[in-house]
Ligand binder design. Structure first.
Ligand code: SAM
Length: 234
C-alpha cells in the first residue's frame, strides 16, 4: 500500500540555505567562513553567474553556479526550495554585499522558511554598514531608504515623507541619477549636511561632504562608481 506520508529511514534530511554576504569591491574582504561555505555547498545561487564566477575563481571555488535574479525570483526559488528539500545545501549570494539588502534573496528566504528549511546567515560586507562605519555618526539610529524612486515627483514625495526624522537618512544612489536626486533633496530638505561615500573598498574609494547644494555642484559634471549618501538631520 502506497502512503507518501510515511517517513522511511531512507528519506533525506533537508539541506541548509546559507545566505552569504560577499565583498562590495575588494575580493580579499571574503572571510574564511565565506570561502569554506561556498566551497562546501552543492550549489551557489547567484544574481549574475558571470560576476560570482570571478569571486569563485579568485578563491579556487569550483561549486556549480545557478542563476537567481530579480525577474525570475519566484520561479527560481521554487527550484531551489525543492533542491533544499531533497537534501542539497545551497548558498545564496548577490553581486556584492549582503543578499536581500536592495538585492534579490527575500523571496527565497521566505519560501525556505515556510518549507521548514534551516537558514544560516554568513554575515559580512554591505555598503550600508561599511559607509556608516566611517561616517562618524554619534547617533546609533538611522533611516535606510535604499534606492530613491527614479521619477522626480515620486522621489520628492518620498523625501518629504521622511524629512522630519531627527536622525541621518542613508540612501544608495547611481551615478546617472545622483545629480537630479540631490537637486530634489535640496528642494525638499533645504541646506542640510550630506556625506557621499564612493567606491568603498575599491581603488577609487572617495569621501565627499558638504551642503546638499555643494555636493550637487561637485557631481554636476558627472561622477562614476557606486555611491552611498548620508543626509544629516536639519
Ligand atoms: N546588497 C548590497 C549591499 O549589501 O550593500 C547592495 C546592492 S545594491 C543593488 C547596489 C548599491 O549598493 C550601489 O548602487 C551603491 O549604492 C551601493 N554600493 C555597493 N557597493 C558599493 C561600494 N563599493 N561603495 C559604495 N556603494 C556601494
Amino acid at each position: 500500500m502506497a502512503n507518501n506520508k510515511i517517513k522511511t529511514s531512507q528519506e533525506s534530511v533537508p539541506g541548509t540555505l546559507y545566505v552569504v554576504a560577499t565583498p562590495i569591491g575588494n575580493l580579499e574582504d571574503s572571510s574564511a567562513r565565506v570561502v569554506q561555505t561556498l566551497s562546501a555547498v552543492d550549489l551557489i545561487a547567484c544574481e549574475d553567474t558571470r560576476h560570482s564566477r570571478k569571486l569563485c575563481r579568485y578563491w579556487n571555488i569550483s561549486t556549480p553556479l545557478f542563476s537567481y535574479y530579480r525577474e525570475r525570483e519566484h520561479e527560481r526559488s521554487e527550484i531551489l526550495v525543492n533542491l533544499l528539500l531533497s537534501g542539497k545545501n545551497v548558498a545564496l549570494v548577490s553581486d556584492a554585499g549582503t543578499p536581500a539588502i536592495c538585492d534579490p534573496g527575500a523571496i527565497l528566504v521566505n519560501k525556505a522558511r515556510v518549507a521548514g528549511i534551516k537558514i544560516v546567515a554568513i554575515a559580512g560586507p554591505s555598503a550600508l554598514t561599511a559607509s556608516l562605519s566611517i561616517a562618524g555618526l554619534t547617533d546609533s539610529r538611522f533611516f535606510f531608504g535604499g534606492f530613491l524612486p527614479s521619477r522626480s515627483a515620486e522621489r520628492k514625495k518620498f523625501i518629504k515623507s521622511i524629512s522630519s526624522l531627527s536622525y541621518p537618512l542613508v540612501f544608495y544612489e547611481t551615478p546617472h541619477r545622483i545629480y537630479d536626486a540631490l537637486l530634489d533633496m535640496a528642494d525638499v530638505l533645504g541646506e542640510r549636511h550630506i556625506q557621499l561615500l564612493r567606491e568603498l573598498s575599491k581603488i577609487h574609494e572617495e569621501y565627499l561632504e558638504g551642503s546638499i547644494k555643494d555636493l550637487a555642484e561637485q557631481v554636476k559634471e558627472g561622477i562614476k562608481g557606486e555611491l552611498v549618501l548620508i543626509v544629516h538631520p536639519a
